[in-house]
Design a protein around this ligand. Structure first.
Ligand SMILES: N[C@@H](CCC(=O)N[C@@H](CS)C(=O)NCC(=O)O)C(=O)O
Length: 218
């Protein structure tokens, strides 16, 4: 019987972030591997020394697995995937880690600089500049995926979970409309029942957080 882990996420976020706080990646992986979990929260406003002692940048997600406390969604996913169907063995293990790091280092930063300019800074000129470089990255990624369903060989791995989660934001903003193979890749990944369960629970968390906030200010 797999042991329960605890995911830590934020106690509240504005509506535009619903669906995208990175605890969704961890929930998705846990649903894929059938490992039970609890969720606890840290305040988004008043960050505590205890939070910084577990996450030096005061962010989420964090994971507790027994005595082990981890931060960084990529590191958490690599940890949880060991010895599961999300992580192949042999050379394909190395290829899976390679693609997960490509997501972290060669795709997500392009997505994030565009998303920060567009949604946080509301700087349309910067967003347009960053959109150009993001679109170039996405096109190169589609070329690399070629005719395959998944990044590594024939099976869905933790690298696909990570990459598809990154691509959901560009997909939701029409940036995959002219990249049909990449759009189909994201649809294939997010059609997995494990993603559906994870997203249902993720959204329920934010709806409960909104209700609690409304009750507190009533
Ligand atoms: N590289 C980190 C990024 C973590 C991150 O950006 N977390 C966001 C939520 S998705 C956060 O905690 N935002 C609140 C803040 O930065 O104060 C990871 O992948 O875990």
């Amino acid at each position: 019987m797999p042991t329960k882990v605890t995911i830590t996420t934020l106690d509240w976020v504005p509506e535009f972030a619903h669906g995208y706080v990175r605890d969704i990646r961890i929930r998705w992986a846990l649903e894929e591997i059938g490992r039970p979990y609890d969720v606890d929260t840290v305040p988004v406003q008043e960050k505590t020394p205890e939070h910084f002692s577990r996450q030096p940048f005061g962010q989420v997600p964090m994971l507790k697995d027994g005595d082990l406390s981890l931060f960084e969604s990529g590191a958490i996913l690599l940890h949880l995937s060991e010895d599961t169907a999300l992580m192949p063995v042999g050379d394909d293990r190395a290829r899976t880690v390679q693609w997960l790091i490509a997501g972290l280092n060669s795709v997500e930063p392009y997505m994030m600089q565009w998303a920060i300019a567009k949604f946080f800074d509301e700087d349309e000129a910067a967003a347009a500049r960053f959109e150009k470089s993001l679109r170039e990255r996405l096109s190169m990624l589609q070329d690399a995926l070629a005719e395959r369903d998944w990044l590594v060989d024939r099976d869905f791995t933790v690298a696909d979970l990570f990459m598809a989660d990154i691509l959901r934001i560009p997909a939701a903003n029409g940036m995959l409309d002219d990249l049909p193979k990449l759009a189909a890749y994201v649809e294939r990944a997010t059609a997995r029942p494990a993603f559906g369960r994870a997203m249902t629970d993720h959204m329920a968390h934010w709806h409960a957080a909104d209700a609690k906030k409304a009750a507190a200010s009533a």
